[in-house]
Design a protein. Structure first.
Lengths: 134, 268
């Protein structure tokens, strides 16, 4: 059952990396990058999950504010792994900040060159360099 | 289809295949695992263990305890990355920062404006509730800050740019608020060291075996997580102001943002 999930997540990452490398449009590159970020985060979350057969699962939040030792033991045996969640939580926000930076850089390029196509931009740059050196 | 694309697709399929086989053979264990790892069990067992106060974080929410207590230094460095990324985005527009936009606007219709004014309060309330309850429910500074940051983006569209150009929440004030919040994040881990004249650990939240300093763990009978609450609050403000600054700069009209490009050579 998880074979399909894992395979599709890897495929998702592969396709988005293809998008980042092969697509000349910067906006498409950016969208592909965000898909890659989310897929990698999902893989991390999946690695911290646990198989639910025979156990009642719960998020890593203790519901009782004055827990007995038995409550703590139950919590330990039921909760999913909080470490990947903590990692992904910060990764999302850092990713968002980096995305904001990328968007502003793309916007900057668009305002400068009037296009977001990398092939076009490199042609324009080549033209400018040839002009300068001629 | 170009030959280049076919080559890329073949390469990506090959890489996926190479990655998938060791994963399925168990190189990173069974996914999802049958049981959580021992270190995760330790965190889960200790996070709100009142019987072992030298190792607890006073937070029933294990994720917040890990983010700001057990692995607080990691998060501090992540905050630095976050700070740098936003500063880099602002630097691209350094010449027009804080200026009023040349294009005014009237915003959307009266009904939308009034409707959004009510929703605005709700968004801010939900955001701050998420920040302040970070140690009890899923949430915290990052998430709450991101929720509140949605409000100025919608406000920019509904009320037009004029709202920001003439509001009291100016660029300078936002930068000052952000710097204050980041100073707070740096100071909270240092307070135990200063108050006990060095007899505490950096990022110490609750009492340890050799260091007796401890932030208050409860207010009345509600778990407050000690320093976690303060760190969440400062992080929330930092995230909110950072995104608001970034959006204000990104949504400058083209007329103004093109001004400082004039005279530059094409192609840099």
């Amino acid at each position: 059952m998880f074979l399909i999930t894992i395979a599709s997540l890897y495929l998702n990452i592969a396709i988005s990396i293809y998008g980042v490398i092969a697509k000349p449009n910067l906006v498409k590159k950016f969208i592909a990058l965000t898909i890659a970020q989310d897929s990698i985060n999902t893989v991390a979350i999946l690695m911290g999950y646990r198989i639910w057969r025979g156990a009642i699962l719960q998020p890593p939040i203790l519901l009782s504010w004055s827990p007995s030792p038995k409550d703590l033991q139950d919590f330990m045996n039921r909760a999913v792994d909080p470490l990947p969640q903590a990692l992904v939580l910060t990764a999302i926000v850092i990713g968002l900040a980096v995305n904001v930076f990328l968007v502003s850089a793309i916007l900057h390029l668009y305002r400068h060159f009037k296009t977001v196509d990398m092939d076009e931009i490199s042609k324009l740059k080549r033209g400018a360099i040839v002009e300068e050196t001629a | 289809m170009k030959l280049r694309n076919i080559f890329f697709i073949a390469l990506i399929a090959f890489i996926t295949f190479i990655l998938l086989i060791p994963t399925l053979l168990g190189s990173i264990g069974v996914i999802p695992p049958k049981d959580v790892r021992d270190i995760a069990k330790l965190y889960l067992y200790l996070t709100y263990n009142q019987y072992n106060r030298s190792l607890w974080a006073a937070s029933p929410e294990a994720v917040t305890a890990i983010v700001w207590d057990y692995r607080g230094l990691d998060t501090l460095y992540e905050t630095m990355v976050f700070y740098t990324a936003i500063i880099a985005a602002l630097m691209l527009y350094s010449e027009i920062l804080g200026q009023r936009d040349v294009v005014g606007g009237i915003g959307l219709s009266f009904i939308v404006k009034r409707g959004f004014s009510i929703a605005l309060l709700a968004i801010i309330a939900v955001g701050f509730s998420t920040v302040l309850h970070g140690m009890l429910t899923p949430g915290g500074g990052f998430q709450g800050g991101a929720i509140v940051a949605v409000a100025p983006v919608i406000a920019l569209i509904v009320f037009s740019r004029k709202l920001f150009d003439y509001s009291k929440l100016s660029y300078r004030l936002l930068v000052a608020l952000r710097s204050l919040a980041l100073t707070g994040i740096v100071l909270v881990p240092l307070i135990p060291l200063t108050l006990t004249l060095g007899n505490a650990f950096i990022f110490q939240n609750q009492v340890k075996t050799l260091a007796s300093f401890s932030y208050p763990s409860t207010i009345i009978d509600v778990p407050m997580g000690g320093s976690l609450l303060l760190l969440n609050l400062f992080e929330g403000i930092a995230v909110f102001t950072a995104f608001m600054l970034a959006f204000i700069v990104l949504l400058y009209s083209e007329d103004l943002s093109k001004k400082f490009l004039e005279g530059e050579d094409i192609g840099y």
